[in-house]
Ligand binder design. Structure first.
Ligand SMILES: Cc1cc2nc3c(=O)[nH]c(=O)nc-3n(C[C@H](O)[C@H](O)[C@H](O)COP(=O)(O)OP(=O)(O)OC[C@H]3O[C@@H](n4cnc5c(N)ncnc54)[C@H](O)[C@@H]3O)c2cc1C
Length: 420
């Protein structure tokens, strides 16, 4: 690859804002940046706008999991990830495969779904007995019920990946404007002619909305209803530990990975439902939910339950009512593409970018049937669907679910051992 390593093209308020671009993409997360990279590779003049810094949304805060075996984009996801470093010209720290550990019979049955879905696509998985799990995962303990070794999927470093998309997109002529908040749109009949931003108007031939949880409120300004509910999810990171041979080990209701530095980075429900206004207003912060995660990581890896938690963070996940992405072109416009990934956007990003590229250029996806991502499936949605699904925000902050006195002392959350 001839890609040049350079800092992200930061564009501050004093920089010139372009009058227009062929394709304007709202959202500098993995979805928007991957789409811009794919479009730039096709020679399209693509411009990504982000209200803040790239990756400030979920794209910079996620678990890095790259295995969505239930998605129509799964095979493209699996095809592309092993090639991404080469294709992008920058490292993503992708590592293949995943081991999932079940601590009881229920989890064992649940985790079999990935095996079945993989098998449907001709991909191999091995069923592991407790002894095999402990051989492969030195941090596992005597509480293992069983497990699976999926010879597909994997994980990557979200920050590395995000930056790689941005650099690769810019290497191919794509442009990025950060600190550029899209506040509205200009239209001419069924044609979006441009976006209004805090830094002026930018014209476009085609508009892609990939603004994570904010995709709904932006689409609403165009008269398009995109049902989304925001949820806050959290992750914790331990101090570095000796490297396991496979970094992608999870289970016990958790997702996560061991980083190349050795840290265990894990998250996994419960999520806290919040109002979109709170996404706008609040800096994502951790709550005592991190202690629930820490307790489950300690149970998953009892041999390292002494490891200290050194960092935690929260991120906002965009959720559609059925948990599946929306990637679609609303019929009332001739130049609008919507993409919001409903909690699976990181792993699917190589494939979602490809799909968006196809829709923008060809009007149809060349490699997958996107009908299950169509907006029309929500045509008869109840107006109060969030409340009906139990996804409305609680009136007051969540009570601490924790038994551990240590976890109820906020100043000690960080640096407390996992198992405390
Ligand atoms: C804790 C956590 C763990 C997760 N784990 C995984 C995982 O393991 N695997 C996986 O596949 N997915 C995971 N996810 C989900 C995944 O991170 C998201 O689905 C994905 O990052 C969505 O990317 P996006 O680019 O569509 O949206 P975002 O990352 O939300 O990016 C949207 C961008 O749009 C910008 N924006 C919003 N409004 C405007 C505006 N008006 N003008 C300009 N810009 C605007 C925002 O600033 C933001 O940067 C996780 C998420 C969280 C929070």
């Amino acid at each position: 690859m001839t890609a040049q390593h350079h800092p992200t093209n930061y564009s501050g308020p004093s920089d010139d804002v372009p009058a227009g671009a062929s394709v304007v993409i709202v959202g500098g997360g993995v979805t928007g940046l991957s789409a811009a990279w794919w479009l730039a590779m096709a020679g399209v003049d693509a411009l990504v706008l982000d209200a803040g810094l790239i990756g400030w949304g979920a794209s910079g805060r996620n678990g890095g999991g790259c295995s969505h075996h239930h998605s129509p984009l799964f095979l493209e996801e699996q095809r592309l990830w092993p090639m991404m470093d080469e294709l992008l010209g920058y490292p993503t720290e992708f590592r293949p495969n995943r081991i999932r550990i079940a601590l009881d019979a229920h989890q064992f049955l649940l985790y079999r779904r990935a095996l079945d879905n993989g098998a449907f696509h001709g991909l191999r998985s091995d069923v592991l007995d407790p002894r095999q799990v402990r051989e492969l995962v030195p941090f596992a303990g005597d509480n293992v019920f069983g497990g699976y070794f999926y010879h597909f999927g994997g994980h990557a470093n979200p920050h590395r990946t995000l930056q790689a998309y941005a650099w690769a997109m810019q290497d191919r002529g794509g442009r990025l404007l950060q600190h550029t908040n899209v506040t509205g749109f200009t239209m001419n009949g069924d044609h979006v002619t441009g976006v209004n931003t805090n830094r002026g108007h930018i014209a476009c031939d085609h508009l892609v909305l990939a603004a994570g949880p904010h995709t709904g409120e932006l689409a609403a300004q165009l008269g398009v209803d995109v049902p989304l509910a925001s949820a806050r999810a959290e992750m914790i990171v331990t101090e570095p530990l000796p490297l396991m041979s496979i970094g992608g080990v999870d289970g016990n209701g958790l997702y996560g990975r061991q980083t190349l530095r050795g840290n265990l980075a894990y998250g996994g429900g419960p999520h806290e439902w919040i109002d979109l206004a709170d996404v706008n207003r609040q800096r994502p912060h951790s709550t005592p939910l991190q202690c629930s995660i820490a307790a489950r990581v300690a149970a998953l890896f009892p041999k390292v339950a002494h490891a200290r938690v050194i960092r935690s963070w929260a991120g906002f996940i965009e959720n559609t009512p059925d948990g599946r992405p929306i990637i679609d072109q609303p019929a009332q416009f001739d130049n609008l593409t919507l993409a919001t990934l409903s909690s699976v956007g990181f792993g699917l990003s190589p494939a979602s970018g490809h799909a968006i590229r196809d829709l923008v250029i060809d009007g149809t996806c060349s490699f997958a049937d996107l009908s299950s991502f169509a907006l029309s499936r929500f045509a008869n949605l109840e107006p109060d669907w969030r409340t009906l699904q139990g996804w409305a925000p609680l009136p007051s902050p969540l009570p601490s679910p924790l038994a551990s006195p240590r976890c109820n002392e906020p100043e000690q959350d960080v640096l407390a051992p996992l198992g405390s």
